[in-house]
Write a protein that binds this ligand. Sequence first.
Ligand SMILES: Cc1cc2nc3c(=O)[nH]c(=O)nc-3n(C[C@H](O)[C@H](O)[C@H](O)COP(=O)(O)OP(=O)(O)OC[C@H]3O[C@@H](n4cnc5c(N)ncnc54)[C@H](O)[C@@H]3O)c2cc1C
Length: 342
Amino acid sequence: MEAILVLTHADETGSALTRASLEAVTAGKELAERLSAPLTIAILAADTTAVAGILASTGARLLAVSGEAFAQARYASDAAAVEALCRAAQATIVLAPGSSRLTRVAAGAAHRLGGFIDTHITALGGTEAIEATRWFYRQRVEAVLSRDTRPWFLLLDAGTHAAFAAEPAASSVEQVSVELPALRTTVSGFRAPAQDAQTIRPDAKILLVAGAGWTKKQPDGQIHAAEAGELILGFLKATGASLGSSKSLVDQGGEGVPVLPFLTHLNQIGQTGATPRHAKGLSTCCHGEEPHVVGWRFIGDRRAISLDPNCGWARGKADVVYVADAFPVMAKVNALLDAKKG
Ligand SMILES: Cc1cc2nc3c(=O)[nH]c(=O)nc-3n(C[C@H](O)[C@H](O)[C@H](O)COP(=O)(O)OP(=O)(O)OC[C@H]3O[C@@H](n4cnc5c(N)ncnc54)[C@H](O)[C@@H]3O)c2cc1C
């Protein structure tokens, strides 16, 4: 019989589990129920008492590695912790969020345990054998994988499962001791961009996409790149949306055309860009060509604002198309958002 272990870790506040960890808990619960297999959930945090309560109602065995050495991500300490947790749980299946913290160490831990790892898993199926689904070739080919090697580590893509939610309750957590190797890395703290400088937000409800139209000549014969930047950043600030871009817009930097300074190729959505998961998406000044729209595969509600009534979006690719000038529309939207806040 399989023994399922879900690895979770605290967020940067140290007082809650990350959303992706809670999604992995949902996946683990579902899988354990389907296979009638025992479920263990392991926590990696400086102080587990603060974060374990939410897991009490899962009925799973709870393991933890805690202490100051695990307050921050660091390869040597995290890899040792994951290895110790897997051994303590005698896990055959290890589910973990595809977070930067666990992605960094999971392959190393799998290797130390003589196991196998698959990443970017989007769904788990099967009743006899476990079937893990992932996409290949820029989300064009969906594959279903099964393996005999154990332990089998499966890193889950964020946004693919509902986050586990429950009222915190008293929980009993078994502490697992870890023999730490010599630590050569000292984590002195985090240096992260300010909230409004960081425009890629995978957990956001809304994706705002900017297309090349924002930096093109407008009906008055002028380019209004500065105003475009203000409108886009204003919307992001008011809503906490994530910012995507068409390829044409991010490519313009190399062509000497006015660009929006906060956009990089990391913002690009599409066949040669990212395929994020958000509940809603709003495309602005973007034509909606297929190599771009393929990156919208996992966006729930798709809307677009374009001047062109014949654009790709209007040809059945968006749920709602507003044939309008995005400058006044977004100015009005931002004003309404401001008024709502005030
Ligand atoms: C192999 C390959 C891979 C590719 N991969 C990608 C990819 O990953 N991602 C990607 O995005 N593209 C990709 N492309 C490019 C893609 O085909 C398009 O060229 C690109 O998406 C067009 O970007 P755009 O819609 O922003 O620009 P444009 O095609 O120039 O469209 C601009 C739009 O803005 C509108 N507009 C202008 N002003 C306003 C205004 N004031 N209000 C409202 N609307 C306005 C115009 O009507 C127009 O529809 C790829 C192409 C190839 C060949």
